[in-house]
Design a protein around this ligand. Structure first.
Ligand code: AHM
Ligand code: MG
Length: 323
């Protein structure tokens, strides 16, 4: 089986980027170990604090964020970090060549039920002029990413990653600590009969998403003429992993409750890296109004509506939005 290093070299990744990715994955291996210890190490449950998004932090949110922050800021490769669990950017090495954005533990409410969780990351070049504590350099569209991926802490620990030459899946071999290639150039089927959405929010969606989901639910008796199945992991990282493996459509759509929060998911460290992975596997990713990767961020914790997965199904869903 091919090792991660070999695949990255074949894909033409520069040495410093490879070293950064390996450093980041060293942190993820430690997170994988901590997650695996669970109740034995007392890492389950919540803290008493909230993050900048107003969400109560799980103990593992805080632990995972600290592990990534420590390892990346000591590495020398990184100029600054933005994280779901940090109010503003974390300055690192002024000479670092890269910016890293991450969600240290996506789906962390699943920690209490021993279900899927993961780390999502994206990497861009750091502009030379940039002051490491200046958040404005993070405000680049997703098209500027040089690498993105997630590590899924499931029955096995898996990595999905792209450097812009296809999306590859790896499995962590815990006997020697290496990520080994499980599937190269994965391809998301263009059509699907499976969707993922938190339908408890239905009354807050706009009309196009209401209409689209109603038509799916009518199945073979409705305009789509086929029956659909529904899956919801409660962790985007788990839902996107399923879609990379067998297709599907995932949405956290526009929500009318608060115009300042047009969706739940964050652009820099959730929507963008997942869109890069999905597009590189032949799928599509849209806000409903345009390609997610072309959204120009205005702040580091910006939220966006998300519709991504099998290409034809995403196009059908976006079609409802342009009616
Ligand atoms: P998190 O990063 O704080 O875990 O929040 C993001 C997660 C996504 O992984 C998931 O799709 C969504 O929140 C589920 O939220 P909800 O259960 O509120 O629908
Ligand atoms: Mg998340």
């Amino acid at each position: 089986m091919k090792r991660l290093n070999t695949v990255l070299q074949n894909d033409g990744a520069p040495l410093e980027l490879i070293l950064l990715i390996r450093t980041l994955l060293a942190a993820c291996k430690e997170i994988s170990f901590r997650v695996g210890q669970g109740a034995l190490a007392g890492v389950l449950g919540s803290t008493l604090s909230e993050n900048v998004q107003g969400e109560t932090q799980k103990k593992l949110d805080v632990i995972s964020n600290q592990i990534l922050k420590d390892i990346l800021s000591e590495s020398g490769y990184v100029k600054a970090i933005s994280s779901e669990e940090e109010e503003t950017v974390v300055p690192c090495n002024p000479d670092g060549k890269y910016l890293v954005s991450y969600d240290p533990l996506d789906g962390s409410s699943n920690t209490d039920i021993n279900s899927l969780i993961g780390t999502i990351f994206s990497i861009t070049h750091a502009p030379q002029w940039m002051d490491p504590s200046d958040p404005s350099a993070f405000l680049q569209p997703g098209t500027q990413m040089v690498a993105a991926g997630y590590v899924l802490y499931g029955p096995s620990t898996m990595l999905a990653m792209t450097t812009g030459r296809g999306t590859h899946l790896y499995t962590l071999d815990k006997t020697h600590g290496g990520f080994l290639l499980a599937e190269e150039n994965i391809s998301v089927p263009e059509q699907t009969k499976e969707f993922a959405i938190n339908s408890s929010n239905q009354r807050h969606w706009e009309a196009p998403m209401q209409d689209y989901i109603s038509d799916l639910l009518m199945g073979s008796e409705g305009p789509r003429g086929k029956d659909f199945n529904m899956r919801w992991v409660g962790a985007m990282v788990g839902d996107i992993h399923r879609i990379l493996c067998r297709g599907g459509i995932f949405s956290y759509p526009f929500d009318k409750r608060n115009p300042k929060i047009p969706g739940k998911l964050r652009l820099l460290y959730e929507a963008n890296p997942m869109s890069f992975l999905i597009e590189q596997a032949g799928g599509a990713a849209s806000t409903g109004a345009g390609r997610i990767l072309e959204v120009m961020p205005t702040e580091i914790h910006q939220r966006v509506p998300v519709i991504m997965g099998s290409k034809e199904e995403v196009e059908t869903c976006v079609g409802y939005h342009s009616k």
